[in-house]
Design a protein around this ligand. Structure first.
Ligand SMILES: O=C(NCCCCCn1ccc2cnccc21)c1cc(-c2ccc(F)cc2)cc(O)c1O
Ligand SMILES: [Mg+2]
Length: 214
């Protein structure tokens, strides 16, 4: 059988990017997915918004739900301060294996821990597994119907603190309408919508940033 899309993306990184240079890895993936074959990375347009929110938050502990090929893991990890960490959760072992190689190619393997499994199973085990108190930043980019239950789970497991920033991808396309309702009508969150486009297209999409107020 032939290669998978993530395998082809890894090949494009190995061919066109410079080992240890995260920006070249990001550019190689964006070029491939814009000109060769589309893939569900957060992409360069929404990626600039992700970068700016990250720079503002400067998290010590970051969580990503939905690794895929590791594109946004590289975007996040490249901006983390020394000793800051990213935990990224991926459901699909084949995707996780590719992401591990792309993150390592960027030279960011010491900052990123990839955990395989379902968010609903893993979130309740995070405190004990990683000895962490809470997350400073959470990037939601997994199953869109899991955004609300997993946000509630993060609250209930005491993994959010006053000021934790949640950033959700795809709130317009494919859409996360229940999530928008949940965070926008909730006194425990201060939300703001960042309009953008669906990765590598002209279709409308955007990111929702929600600050947990405790
Ligand atoms: O579906 C998307 N992402 C989720 C992929 C599956 C995640 C599975 N998963 C990972 C960790 C994890 C942990 N627990 C449970 C499940 C978990 C997605 C889709 C589109 C898209 C697709 C077609 C189209 F026409 C327009 C847009 C664009 C995006 O940017 C996306 O992110
Ligand atoms: Mg996405």
């Amino acid at each position: 059988t032939g290669s998978s899309r993530p395998q082809r993306i890894l090949k494009a990184v190995q061919k066109n990017a410079t080992k240890g240079d995260p920006q070249s890895v990001i550019s190689a993936i964006d070029y491939y997915c814009r000109h060769k074959e589309w893939a569900m990375n957060v992409g360069d347009d929404k990626g600039l918004i992700l970068d700016s929110v990250l720079t503002e938050v400067n998290p010590s502990m970051a969580l990503e739900l939905g690794t895929y090929c590791g594109y946004s893991s590289v975007r996040i990890a490249r901006l983390l301060s020394p000793n800051s960490k990213l935990i990224t959760v991926e459901f699909n072992p084949a995707f996780a294996a590719i992401a591990r190689q792309i993150i390592a190619y960027a030279g960011l393997q010491d900052k990123v821990t990839i955990v395989e499994g379902a968010s609903g199973d893993l979130i309740p085990k995070m405190k004990e597994r990683f000895g962490l108190k809470s997350f400073d930043f959470v990037f939601l980019d997994h199953w869109k119907d899991r955004y609300v239950p997993d946000t509630k789970l993060l609250e209930d497991c005491g993994l959010l603190r006053k000021g934790t920033v949640l950033l959700a991808d795809n709130v317009i396309c494919p859409g996360a309408p229940e999530y928008l309702k949940y965070v926008r009508n909730n006194p425990r969150y201060e939300s703001r919508y960042y309009p953008s486009v669906l990765e590598y297209t002209k279709a409308e999409d955007g990111l929702e940033k929600s600050v947990f107020l405790g």
